[in-house]
Design a protein around this ligand. Structure first.
Ligand code: APR
Length: 315
């Protein structure tokens, strides 16, 4: 079956990639090209997904491929290629292994899909997104990472669980690097527009913030053989929506900072307006002194990672 434009290419047909493809198809967002280096695997998953289309009732198409030429013409390239975290492994342990994969993938994106927008999902996220920006040489508005939608979704769920309410009724804000130093911003988190600080005692809120920081590790420890993929895949699809349509939407995005929040030349989790051009505007919100301090610490950690990438000769 022929793929129709605008379509999304997903690089890496593993747990996150294949589930993201499924979400994109079943939400009726676009056709999908699913790429992986493993022979037959993306083709098999694509066929399986097409065979569920009559039941799911959508009219979207997916093809699996091992050839980068099939990615040509993609509106968005979602990069999930890489190794997932194993129990006990930090996101940073993945650094050099995944950096080599991201470099190879991004050189191919640059060659075959030079006009695309690139959404990085592979961890350690802030560093892999920076590496994708440097490797493709694309304008920073066209290169960004998915983490904040996931981190805030986790926090929204934890707050909803505590309030015994629908997760969709809770809003939360998480800023900073997608790691142990991410900054859940309770001062901007709300339930039906009421600050959660007025609804949940501060000690319990602190526990929710910590559970949010540990959200990925909690799933890894339970699964034992991989990392989270359902919520990451939902988060990818949530970002794809405004990137494909004319409807702009502010979402938490790993975006390039050029002085916003007093931070220069790193990719970092901030609220940003997404639209057809990619990251169209970084949104700044007011922060308490403690939140600002926590954000500086997180930015420092990301900068250290960039230095590590440089010392490994990967940047
Ligand atoms: N090019 C393309 N695909 C590759 C390459 C490469 N050079 N190297 C590995 N892959 C593919 C693997 O073949 C595998 O199918 O990437 C896929 C990764 O899938 P999983 O191992 O299932 O990992 P997943 O759980 O999907 O996580 C992928 O997303 O959330 C992050 O931390 C997670 O960095 C990890 C990434």
């Amino acid at each position: 079956m022929k793929i129709r434009k605008p379509f999304v290419a997903v690089i890496g047909a593993g747990q996150v990639g294949a589930t993201a493809a499924q979400r994109i198809l079943e939400k009726g967002l676009s056709d999908v090209v699913l790429f992986d280096v493993v022979q037959g695997m993306p083709q098999g998953k694509a066929l399986d997904l097409m065979e569920s289309a009559p039941i799911e009732g959508h009219d979207k198409r997916i093809v699996g491929t091992n050839e980068y030429k099939d990615v040509a013409g993609a509106e968005i390239v979602v990069v999930t290629a890489g190794l997932p975290r194993k129990p006990g492994m930090t996101r940073e342990d993945l650094l050099s292994l995944n950096a080599k994969i991201i470099k190879e993938v991004c050189l191919n994106i640059k060659q075959y899909a030079p006009d695309s927008k690139v959404m990085v999902v592979t961890n350690p996220l802030d560093l892999m997104t920076y590496l994708a920006f440097k490797t493709t040489g694309f304008n920073p508005e066209r290169v960004f990472g998915m983490a904040g939608v996931l981190d805030t979704a986790r926090m929204r769920y934890f707050i909803a669980e505590r309030l015994e309410t629908r997760p969709g009724e809770v809003n939360a804000v998480v800023l900073g690097g997608h790691g142990d130093l991410m900054v859940p911003v309770s001062s901007h988190s709300t339930f039906k527009n009421k600050p959660v600080k007025e609804l949940i005692p501060s000690q319990e809120l602190a526990q929710i913030e910590q559970r949010t920081r540990d959200g990925g590790a909690e799933v890894v420890a339970l699964l034992k053989t991989g990392s989270a993929f359902y919520a990451p895949a939902s988060s990818v699809a949530e970002m794809v929506k405004p990137l494909l349509s004319d409807e702009k939407k502010t979402l938490p995005v790993c975006a390039y900072l050029n002085g916003e929040y007093g931070i220069q030349d790193i990719y970092f989790g901030v609220p940003a307006e997404l639209g057809k051009k990619g990251v169209e505007r970084v949104v700044t919100i007011s922060l308490t002194a403690d939140e600002k301090k926590a954000l500086e610490l997180s930015a420092h950690k990301v900068k250290q990672g960039i230095e590590e990438l440089k010392s490994l000769g990967l940047l």
